[in-house]
Design a protein around this ligand. Sequence first.
Ligand SMILES: [Zn+2]
Length: 77
Amino acid sequence: MLHARSRDPTGDAVMTIVSNELLEVLACPACKGTLVAHERKGGLVCLSCRLLFPVREGVPIMLIDEASRLDDEGECI
Ligand SMILES: [Zn+2]
């Protein structure tokens, strides 16, 4: 399967940890906030409460017990 669209020069190098389709249907289980993929941390981060949910083998673990909170200092998403 060929990738016809490669307009984004950085797009090909970045490994997407979850699909955008999956991101669209997922919400933070703690606050229903918007989640974004955090490539460096290898997980999904809630923009509202800054919980980081791990992704294992492409499956996001949407459990508050499994999540860790990002520190406010030095972390930019
Ligand atoms: Zn949240």
